[in-house]
Design a protein around this ligand. Structure first.
Ligand code: GDP
Ligand code: IMO
Ligand code: MG
Length: 425
């Protein structure tokens, strides 16, 4: 089963993965990198995962960082250290030998390039993700397997660094990075990560052949997808369900179910068009009640009403089998709740998002209004516990997205989840 973020990220994927992980054998990340921030409330404590799969807190689960992920070894080791400190067994963590490594020049160039865009700034997470994927596709990337051969690694690094230092010094006027320092630092990381580096695609393929259950943990969201997102205000990986196969090495047909995770409203962190963004007291209330601040960068997330235009675009793009609606509780105190069902663009009515950011920015949302239920849903554990108006709102989302609703979340905690039917994982 693949778990996909169906908006602009931060939908609550981490919570869903942690909940479902108690029933599975494997959890695997397949794209993105340390730009992801997946929060999990487990045993009453809050954890934030950036590279380690969100299933690691379940002792029986094997966790995989797949070939499609770009790995910052320093960040990963720090994450592993903090888990080790609370006695999490990390022998269950494997990293693909084919995963690309995020290098210091990627971090530096991510910042310098985004700053140089001025008004067109993307507002990246500054985790080196874009530049690392650029090198992967330019075929000058360094992979985990390369780190393990000290001499080979040095030769590759020397060649790439010469080119990067030209950019750093001549284009950006910054001091060059040192080959010696990077080499020593990364050889040190490689030694520590060596026991975890494996051919993970084979591991996953065997697990699938043996009928083991595998959760594929998406990062970011489909509206940040490099092809179908709000380009160029997107991330540098493919975030839709299709990439779960290429990023893990599992054949597409072994992905038997795609679960789309949406918030009951919508948020975005970073720049780019967002038709339903609110600039009024309702927007403030969503930010405040939903604690909408980024897990990775601490930035305030932009908030708006549920956008069913991009919502349906995403559900079709991913061929979603089922739907999870998160953070319903955040809407508990709104008298009126709106859903955007179409856009107006000059004299046209659109039911799918246009391709260019300028056109999308010019789209006026057409809303339908729903009466709020004005009562707490935080303690609901069954569908029947939910107020009638909340159920009607959810049924409307289900109808607009054309996908059956299977899970509703009413709080960050474990147990604050309503299952409408069994999710066979
Ligand atoms: P992810 O990137 O998709 O894993 O999402 P994040 O973890 O970045 O952001 C979701 C935030 O909402 C986290 O802080 C979660 O603990 C929290 N959360 C998840 N589900 C719910 C919910 O149903 N209600 C509330 N109030 N918070 C939730
Ligand atoms: P999770 O997995 C929300 C956004 C950044 C920026 C754009 C490009 O927690 O849902 P990048 O660093 O990827 O080059 O930045 O993408 N972004 C996210 N927004 N959640 C995420 O991950 C994100 N990962 C990247 O804010 O707008
Ligand atoms: Mg997040």
């Amino acid at each position: 089963m693949a778990i996909i973020g169906a908006q602009w990220g931060d939908e609550g994927k981490g919570k869903v993965i942690d909940e479902l992980a108690s029933h599975v054998d494997f959890v695997a990340r397949y794209q993105g990198g340390g730009n992801a921030g997946h929060r999990v409330v487990h045993g009453g404590e809050e954890f934030a995962f950036h590279l380690v799969p969100s299933g690691i807190l379940h002792p029986g689960v094997q966790c995989v960082i797949g070939n499609g992920v770009v790995v910052d070894p320093k960040g990963l080791l720090a994450e592993m250290e903090s888990l080790r400190a609370i006695d999490v067994d990390l022998s269950r963590l494997s990293i693909s030998d084919r995963a690309h490594v995020v290098m210091p020049y990627h971090f530096l160039l991510d910042r310098l390039e985004d700053e140089s865009r001025g008004m067109e700034k993307i507002g990246t997470a500054q985790r080196g993700i874009g530049p690392a994927y650029v090198d992967k596709y330019s075929r000058v990337g360094i992979r985990m397997a390369d780190l393990l051969d000290v001499d080979q690694f040095r030769a590759k690094l020397a060649s790439v660094l010469e080119q990067k230092n030209r950019m750093i010094t001549q284009i950006y006027g910054q001091p060059p990075l040192s080959l010696e320092e990077i080499h020593t630092e990364y050889v040190g990381y490689a030694q520590r990560l060596r026991p975890h580096i494996n051919d993970t695609q084979e591991m996953l393929q065997q697990a699938a052949a043996q009928g083991k259950s595998i959760l594929l943990e998406g990062a970011q969201g489909s509206l940040l997808d490099v092809d179908f997102g709000t380009y160029p205000f997107v991330t540098s990986s493919s975030t839709v369900a299709g990439s779960a196969a290429t990023g893990s090495g599992l054949p597409p047909r072994s992905i038997d179910h795609v679960l789309g995770v949406y918030k009951a409203y919508i948020t975005r962190v970073g720049n780019g068009p967002m038709p339903t963004e609110l600039f009024d007291e309702d927007g403030e209330q969503l930010t405040r009640v939903g604690h909408e601040f980024g897990t990775t960068t601490g930035r305030r997330r932009r908030c708006g009403w549920f956008d069913a235009v991009v919502g349906r675009f995403v559900s079709r793009l991913n061929g979603l089998d089922s739907l999870a609606i998160m953070k319903l509780d955040v809407l508990d105190s709104f008298e009126t709740i709106k859903i955007c069902t179409a856009y107006r663009l000059s004299d046209r009515t659109l039911t799918a998002p246009p391709a260019t950011p300028d056109e999308l920015a010019a789209c006026e949302p057409i809303y339908e209004e729903w009466p709020g239920w004005m009562t707490s849903t935080a303690n609901a554990t069954t569908w029947q516990d939910l107020p009638d108006l909340a159920r009607r709102y959810l049924r409307r989302l289900e109808e607009l997205l054309e996908i059956p609703l299977v899970l509703v979340s009413v709080g960050a905690g474990r147990g604050q989840t309503i299952y409408l039917r069994d999710l066979a994982v």
